[in-house]
Design a protein around this ligand. Structure first.
Ligand code: ZN
Length: 221
């Protein structure tokens, strides 16, 4: 897997210092600065401590089977902003390099928020996943909206169960209870940050449902 992050700190140098500080107990294989400079921090075959408590598609030891890439951006806490062109070009080139050495399916190029939806929101809804997919990395789809009323917190029944099953099949750690509870809404927000970025409200409207179905089709292709 490849897990993408934002640094969530005021600047790149502070993030670099923290990632190199043994006492901080965080690390990543790569750091990508806003100007496109790439710092290689941990050898790819070694474990880095970037994912924390995480889950994807049955796996919990995400650090043990992923390459972690920290992308410099202040994040939601310190002034979230668009990722500069030079930085994204560097990320795309880096993904090409990494995937030249390791087999990483497109369905396993994910954000930190995908593998830890209750704790993390990075790299966030401004991260250009569509651009990455156009360059050959990760999954993206632009489907027509699905018919039917939105599903939201408090709803229960068959349609909720089907929707939860779809999120779980993609890989998310989501309840499969038929009840659209707060945990389900949290996972829906994570899905939206990655695959439906214009509205991340935890409501499974027709567009969100259509996007999930389209991504599932791509993931199983
Ligand atoms: Zn992160």
């Amino acid at each position: 897997m490849i897990v993408l992050h934002y640094t969530g700190m005021e600047g790149g140098p502070a993030a670099l210092q923290r990632l190199c500080d043994p006492a901080a107990k965080v690390s990543s294989h790569y750091l990508v600065e806003e100007d496109g400079r790439v710092f290689a921090l941990v050898p790819e075959e070694r474990r880095a401590w970037h994912a924390g408590v995480s889950f994807w598609a049955g796996e919990r030891d995400i650090n043990g089977l992923s390459i972690g890439v920290e992308i410099v951006n202040p994040g939601h806490e310190f002034g979230y902003r668009a990722f500069p062109e030079a930085q994204i070009a560097a990320v795309i080139a880096l993904l090409g390099d990494v995937r030249g050495r390791w087999t990483v399916p497109d369905a396993r190029i994910l954000g930190h928020s995908d593998v830890a939806p209750a704790r993390k929101t990075d790299p966030g809804e401004l991260f250009p996943w569509a651009r990455l997919a156009a360059a050959g990395h990760g999954l993206w789809a632009e489907p027509d909206p699905a018919p039917g009323p939105p599903l939201r917190e408090g709803d229960e029944g068959g349609p909720v169960l089907v929707f939860q099953a779809g999120l779980a099949r993609l890989g998310y750690d989501v309840p499969r209870s038929g009840l659209y509870d707060a945990d389900t809404a949290t996972v829906v927000r994570a899905f939206q940050r990655h695959w439906r970025q214009t509205r991340c409200d935890g409501v499974a409207d027709g567009e969100t449902r259509a996007r999930l179905m389209a991504i599932l089709r791509l993931a199983s292709a």
